[in-house]
Design a protein around this ligand. Structure first.
Ligand code: ZN
Length: 138
C-alpha cells in the first residue's frame, strides 16, 4: 500500500461560495463582506454565469494553509445555509475539487472534469494575493 500523502502536499485552499438565485446572491454578498472584514484572503471575482467545473454561480475565496483552522470553522457557523466547497490545492486540479473536497450543504456535481489538468506539479504555483483588509476579529 502507498503511504498516505503528507500535509505539506497542500499549498493552499479554496472555498467556493455558491448561490442559486437572487436571494442567495444577497446572502453571499453579506458573507463576502463579513469575510473581508475578518480574514486576510483573496476574494475572487463574482461568477454569475457557470465557470469551469462549477455547477452553480459562485465566487472563490483563496486562503493560506495556516488560516484553515480559523477560517473554515468560521464558515461552518456563518455560511447562512449557502452551499460551499472547500478544497485544498495539492497541484492536482482534477482531484482537489472532486476527491479531496469538503462540502457544506449540498454536494454539487463537478462539471467538465476532463478539462481539468490532472497535475500541475513542476509548473509555477498561482500566487496568493490577499485583497482584503480585516478590521474585525473572527
Ligand atoms: Zn477551487
Amino acid at each position: 500500500m502507498k503511504p498516505p500523502k503528507t500535509l505539506d502536499t497542500i499549498i493552499g485552499y479554496h472555498a467556493h461560495i455558491y448561490f442559486k438565485d437572487a436571494a442567495e446572491r444577497t446572502v453571499a454578498e453579506t458573507l463576502r463582506a463579513q469575510i473581508g472584514e475578518r480574514f486576510r484572503v483573496q476574494l475572487g471575482r463574482w461568477h454569475d454565469r457557470l465557470v469551469g467545473p462549477h455547477a452553480r454561480p459562485m465566487y472563490q475565496v483563496a486562503f493560506e494553509v495556516h488560516q484553515f483552522a480559523a477560517f473554515v470553522p468560521w464558515l461552518m457557523i456563518n455560511r447562512a445555509a449557502l452551499t460551499i466547497l472547500v478544497h485544498p490545492d495539492t497541484r492536482h486540479p482534477r482531484q482537489d475539487p472532486l476527491v479531496n473536497a469538503l462540502w457544506f450543504g449540498e454536494v454539487l456535481p463537478i462539471l467538465n472534469v476532463e478539462r481539468l489538468p490532472v497535475s500541475t506539479v513542476g509548473q509555477p504555483d498561482a500566487t496568493l494575493a490577499p485583497n482584503t483588509t480585516p478590521t474585525l476579529a473572527a
